[in-house]
Design a protein around this ligand. Structure first.
Ligand code: URA
Length: 437
């Protein structure tokens, strides 16, 4: 390749001229090692944001970002290795349920996860509400635990796609987060570096998600699948509704409690059904049979108690107290609580998930600044779900926090987030679309 000039990359993307593979690699290398100044990278990111990238450029960018750090290998495991990624939502505790189900069915699931972001929760914060549990696993410990138990959840290591770390930090402050090719490269570089052969993407769509429109979510899912395919991985995507929170609990220990209830057999609800569907798709991709057969396998893993036992083993392997799977009272509890009740008869016609997520941050379940600590017991438990009939005075939800003042702060926001209407609202399927091979 002739000498690399970042100005030339900016000029090309600004004029919608595709970059070559060499240019994309040099650009990612320059971002990672700091050779390209932030102002030039920011100018290029803005050009991408405005003009997009071709599918080929997006796949090349994803691969170059994947190779900017460590790429994990699971070749030493005797069996299929699967991974799942959610684009982020409110009340999304599916990893805690899926990983042990899939592991109990003979598919390895090494999971790298992150902390909460804005109004959306993070798997690491949820798991760390279990007394003693750590997600800061050393690579050897992580590998050994996955081999022994079948699943483990570790905090994303700094050496996994470091180019994304730098690009994401710049995007965050230059109003360039919201670009489908950049989101694709950011998510998929990390997924591909984690090394699974079968990847399931849970693309959230709706008011509480990064993607507000179906078409955008479908385009993101298509691009992410293309990037996975270009890397020789099998990848399905499920578009799921985030116009309402997922399940009934939002907040860290509260979500662990709900995940344990599902693993104990309480699957006949939106959360349980989604987890069985996600598990069945992962098992199908991993060669465990037809979708119907895999649905049955996933259901049996729950009804037999095998998945719950895996979860307990995983917790123990991560130095947490596995007795929480039998005794929920061992999980942290908030000191204060308050019930919000319906002010009229009717049906729940809206549960604005983004607002509920933001109220949970006020209650202490999320962070307002990077250094804030989380209150593991804080959050909200919904007493009713979208579409349910309620009467005046019925509980709509309970808030949990460390102090009454936090309940005062969140109450107005939560009251406004839940709408009770006289008309029964239209049904909203939780799974909006499935993209599989
Ligand atoms: N999550 C990521 O990891 N990256 C994005 O760009 C958006 C969501």
């Amino acid at each position: 390749m002739s000498e690399f000039h970042m100005t030339e990359c900016i000029r090309k993307t600004k004029g919608r001229v595709p970059l070559s593979a060499g240019e994309i690699h040099a650009l990612v290398r320059g971002v990672t090692d700091g050779a390209i100044p932030d102002y030039q990278t920011a100018a290029w990111l803005m050009a991408v944001c405005l003009n997009g990238l071709t599918d080929t450029e997006t796949a090349l960018l994803t691969a170059a970002m994947r190779d900017s750090g460590q790429v994990m290998s699971w070749d030493f495991l005797q069996g299929p290795v699967a991974d799942k990624h959610s684009t982020g939502g409110v009340g999304d505790k599916t990893t805690l349920i899926l990983a042990p189900i899939v592991a109990a069915c003979g598919v390895f699931m090494p999971k790298m996860s992150g902390r909460g972001l804005g109004h959306t929760g993070g798997t690491i914060d949820k798991l760390e509400s279990i007394p003693g549990l750590t997600t800061a696993l050393q690579p050897e410990e992580f590998r050994a635990l996955v081999k022994r138990v079948g699943c483990a959840v570790a905090m994303q290591s700094g050496n996994l796609a470091p180019a994304d770390k730098k690009l994401y930090a710049l995007r965050d402050v230059t109003e360039t987060v919201n670009s489908i090719p950049l989101i694709c490269a950011s998510i998929m570089s990390k997924k591909l570096a984690t090394g699974a052969d079968h990847i399931l993407l849970d693309v959230k769509v709706g008011s509480g998600a990064f993607m507000k429109q179906d078409e955008d979510a479908a385009e993101l899912a298509r691009l992410m699948r293309e990037a996975a395919k270009a890397d020789g991985r099998q990848c399905s995507a499920i578009l799921t509704d985030m116009d309402r929170p997922l399940g009934r609990c939002i907040g860290n220990a509260l979500e662990v409690q709900e995940a344990i209830s599902v693993l104990r057999g309480d699957t006949d609800n939106t959360l349980g059904r989604l987890c069985i569907a996600l598990a069945a798709e992962l098992l199908r991709m991993a060669g465990k049979g037809s979708r119907d057969a895999c649905t049955e396998l996933a259901e049996q893993a729950v009804s037999s108690g095998a998945a719950l036992r895996r979860f307990a083993q995983m917790i123990e392997g991560q130095h947490g107290d596995p007795r929480v799977t039998e005794d929920l009272s061992l999980l942290p509890k908030a000191k204060c609580s308050r019930v919000i009740r319906a002010e009229s008869d009717g049906y729940i016609s809206a549960m604005q998930s983004e607002e509920i997520g933001r109220a949970c941050v006020l209650l202490g379940a999320g962070r307002m600044t990077k250094t804030d600590s989380i209150d593991p017991g804080a959050g909200v438990v919904l007493a009713a779900e979208y579409g349910d009939a309620v009467q005046k005075g019925d509980p709509l939800l309970t808030m949990y926090a460390a102090a009454e003042s936090q309940l005062d702060e969140a109450e107005g926001r939560l009251r406004a987030a839940v709408t009770v209407s006289r008309e029964k609202p239209r049904e909203m399927p939780l799974i909006r679309r499935m993209l599989t091979d």
